[in-house]
Design a protein around this ligand. Structure first.
Ligand code: UDP
Ligand code: MG
Length: 325
């Protein structure tokens, strides 16, 4: 019997990329926490194209834990795409998402569920009360990121909420219906503006393994976040244009003055500086335009952000009616 059915109360989505080292510790804490809730649940482990033994370990664990469901992506598609795959596969009336590395405590999930049910909330954010275990650099970049996001999306973005949260089925369906290609859930969820609550927690250190978010992925998340929610960078071009227009008036007056005084040769420096400056501004503006055009291009292409290679729940369904997938 598959654990996933229409009566499932809670789905827990966990994106995993090369998490073989963290997996045993995760199961040891997550399973008792969920079994203790007395509700029917499924754990949707999304294997984001791991190259290590994550998939094999999951299969082993599933033998003794029928509530564990494995959704395997055909290639590494990134954290947010793995989350999308998990949300799309989940069937629960509530869907929690949590990282695999135990930086977010699984014991808080039942608390989130209770809060959502008691107060009829659609969203319960896990908010980090303390990030002292993160490196100074991570804290600083995260601080800058949330400051910018609050200015763009509005005050609804909790300043220290990552991807540890609980959503109601209605919220999940609303997210699934959005046409966005590069989803950034930590912004899309607050943007929904559904009734929400918070549960605060202490962010622990990664239990095992290394961060799967190198600087390049962090920069990509930040660029996606900005371009998904704001056209403000495009306006930089306008402001720079206006500023250089007035700047040029000053230079025109100076140049004419020098010409009238009969010293035309010394103007070379200012000419060269202005040329370099304007050339630089133009390249920046063309680059910014390119960012947005690139996104329009991807949106028009409508390519899927992930491919599901295998879903243990579907496999079970198929074998129970005699069809081999
Ligand atoms: N992750 C993923 N695909 C990726 C990168 C990360 O599914 O391409 C998962 C990872 O396994 C973890 C979560 O996303 O469960 C958050 O990653 P990580 O803990 O490395 O990020 P950090 O906490 O360092 O920001
Ligand atoms: Mg982590």
């Amino acid at each position: 019997m598959s654990a996933a059915s229409a009566t499932t109360t809670l789905s827990v989505v966990i994106p995993m990329y090369n998490e073989e080292a963290a997996l045993p510790a995760l199961v040891a804490r997550l399973r008792p926490a969920l079994d203790g809730t007395q509700v029917s649940y499924e754990v949707v482990a999304v294997d984001d194209g791991s190259a290590d033994r994550t998939a094999e370990l999951l299969e082993e664990i599933r033998l003794t834990w029928p509530e564990l469901r494995i959704v395997k992506l055909r290639r590494n598609s990134g954290h947010q795409a793995a989350l999308t795959a998990g949300l799309h596969s989940s069937v629960g009336a509530y869907v929690a998402s949590i990282d695999a590395d135990l930086q977010d405590p699984p014991e808080k999930i039942p608390e989130m569920l209770d809060l959502a049910r008691a107060q009829h909330l659609d969203i319960v954010y896990g908010v980090r009360s303390d990030r002292s275990t993160d490196t100074g650099f991570k804290r600083w970049t995260a601080g800058a990121y949330y400051w910018l996001m609050r200015r763009m999306v509005g005050k609804r973005v909790p300043s220290q909420a990552g991807d540890f949260r609980l959503l109601s089925r209605d919220a999940v369906e609303a997210l699934k219906a959005l046409p966005d290609q590069q989803q950034v859930y930590r912004l899309l969820v607050p943007w929904l503006g559904f009734p929400s609550g918070q549960v605060s927690y202490f962010r622990e250190e990664r239990v095992a393994g290394e961060t799967k978010y190198p600087l390049s992925k962090m920069v990509r998340l930040a660029v996606d976040s900005i371009t998904n929610f704001s056209a403000a960078p495009l306006r930089i071009a306008t402001w720079l244009g206006i500023a250089s227009f007035f700047g040029c008036f000053g230079m025109l007056a100076a140049t004419l003055g020098i010409y009238i005084a009969g010293h035309t040769v010394p103007g070379w420096t200012s000419l060269f500086v202005a040329m370099l400056f304007l050339g630089g501004i133009q390249l920046i503006c063309v680059g910014l335009l390119g960012e947005y055009i690139g996104r329009i291009y991807t949106a028009v292409q409508k390519r899927p952000t992930f491919f599901i290679g295998y879903d243990s729940a579907k496999q079970e369904q198929a074998s129970s009616v005699g069809v081999r997938g």
